[in-house]
Design a protein around this ligand. Structure first.
Ligand code: URA
Length: 494
């Protein structure tokens, strides 16, 4: 220790033989104090850095010190990040580095093995990683705000370091036209959706909050979960890498992470299913697959309005939630008016639908068309979809024979069906066959006993009836079997 330092710039107390330097504990506050002390030639060991959020810098301590030292740009970048670290020794470390850089060690940062350089590099890296996590794992929930038609989006996040200000710019740029708030235990940041064309607009910062100040669910929640389940590919899961990339501490604030334990449980079995099916179909030619569906659909999907059927269909095209996506040519999503009063749900696309990418265009679809016409229903007025959106088949020579989807495949596809129901919001749903009825009602359904009458599903009615393929298989394309099917459709429409 070089000895007692006199009180500096009117804001330093003396403690033992060090000057206690009070400063606002952020990069700008430290920089202001550091410049002043550097200008006064105060050595690092003579300073005790005392963070003080309420500190007011004395007039003599201007942001631009009389002798403003030049330091490498890289130091400023490292220092800005490291200043957000939670380690208490960061301020002294930064000043020590600043001192060394300006006292004959200009190329210090090139010495990766130097203890101070290694430490600031580590601190900056920890902070950037925390920011990365915040960008990736913040989940906004819509909250109605009096006087506004659009909601405010509010998120709760628990960073490890003091990164709220440091990370705020990213959210301002990314969500510039939305009104949003991010609450953390230490700080909160708010933005009023001014857009970033207004370069004078700044986010404002407030005190920390408690978790219960943030909403814990909204309509977006289910969408996140559906999306996550759909992109979850068990064949790609590397558990250690996943836990390090998405540490368990963030899971509790991420709706989709609630699904992880269930998805994990199902993963091994699904990998085995995928591999088994893949072996069978390697030799088989499916229809021409859409050219790089990932590339086209992701871009196209993002351009579509959120929570629209088109957006949902685009996302479903990328669904990898079960093993059926491998062998099938493509996802066959529902079609029809977005405000249809009637929705018809089948089991899964068949061979013809798989190739065409549209539901009910093969033999069963043609029989359904005839029955709808006989019941006085226009196909164009109903929304047609399936419980399962990929064709499941067993190869037989060059043919692909329909195979019944199992419970897990129906469950994996159910979020898509639920979203179609929520968006189309039909009054009545006609379930063709047991798979459709069971997926909708979430219980066993004996179609032959329960057909032709309504079963309540919330505000809606589900009308089970037989599947047209059943009529095809039992040679009932005309006659009493067909007439009864038409009567069921007519009753559902009445
Ligand atoms: N069978 C179904 O259940 N859905 C179709 O789209 C075609 C046949």
């Amino acid at each position: 220790m070089s000895g007692h330092q006199p009180s500096l710039f009117g804001d330093a107390d003396t403690a033992a033989d060090q000057a206690v330097v009070h400063f606002v504990p952020d990069f700008a506050g430290w920089q202001r104090a550091a410049r002043a002390h550097l200008t006064a030639d105060v050595a690092p060991q003579a300073i005790w850095w005392q963070p003080d959020p309420d500190h007011v810098a004395p007039a003599g301590q201007s942001a631009r010190a009389a002798r403003s030292a030049t330091v490498p740009k890289r130091f400023i970048e490292l220092a800005r990040a490291a200043a957000c670290h939670s380690a208490e020794d960061r301020w002294a470390l930064l000043y020590r580095l600043l001192w060394r850089l300006t006292h004959g060690e200009r190329h210090l940062l090139a010495l990766a093995g130097d203890a101070d350089v290694a430490r600031i590099t580590r601190y900056a890296k920890n902070v950037r990683r925390d920011v990365h996590k915040m960008k990736a794992f913040v989940r906004f929930r819509a909250v109605d705000e009096p006087g506004f038609t659009e909601p405010r989006y509010v998120a709760w996040f628990e960073p490890t370091h003091h990164i709220v200000e440091y990370a705020a710019g990213f959210f301002v740029r990314r969500f510039s036209n939305m009104r949003w708030s991010i609450l953390t235990p230490e700080r909160s940041v708010h933005w009023n959706g001014q857009g970033h064309a207004d370069s004078a607009a700044k986010p404002w910062f407030g005190p920390g909050a408690a978790k219960h100040d943030a909403p814990d669910g909204d309509d977006l929640e289910a969408a996140w979960q559906t999306y996550y389940a759909s992109i979850f590919n068990p064949a790609r899961v590397k558990w250690n890498a996943m836990r390090s990339e998405m540490p368990v501490k963030y899971w509790k604030n991420m709706p989709e992470a609630q699904l992880i334990p269930g998805l994990v449980q199902a993963a091994d079995r699904r990998v085995a299913d995928m591999e088994a099916v893949q072996k069978d179909v390697d030799a088989l030619h499916c229809g021409p697959r859409p050219a790089t569906p990932e590339a086209t659909t992701r871009a196209e999907t993002r351009a579509r309005p959120a929570f629209s059927l088109e957006r949902l269909a685009g996302e479903a095209a990328l669904c990898r939630a079960c093993g059926l996506c491998g062998p099938a040519t493509q996802t066959v999503f529902g079609e029809g008016p977005a405000n249809a009063r009637i929705m018809i749900v089948g089991e899964q696309p068949g061979d013809a639908e798989d190739l065409a990418g549209r539901p009910f265009v093969g033999p069963a679809g043609q029989l359904l068309d005839r029955a709808l016409a006989a019941a006085g229903i226009k196909r164009g007025e109903v929304y047609l979809t399936n419980a399962v959106k990929h064709f499941k088949f067993t190869p037989a020579g060059k043919k692909r024979l329909h195979a019944k989807p199992d419970y897990h495949e129906v469950a994996a596809c159910r979020p898509w069906l639920e979203h179609e129901l929520a968006l189309v919001d039909p009054e009545r749903v006609i379930a063709l066959g047991a798979t459709a009825a069971e997926s909708l009602l979430q219980r066993r359904v004996a179609v032959t006993r329960e057909r032709g009458r309504p079963i309540a599903l919330g505000e809606r009615e589900v009308w089970p009836t037989v599947h047209p393929s059943y009529l095809l298989r039992s040679n009932a394309e005309t006659g009493p079997g067909f007439e009864r099917f038409v009567a069921d459709l007519r009753a559902a429409m009445a």
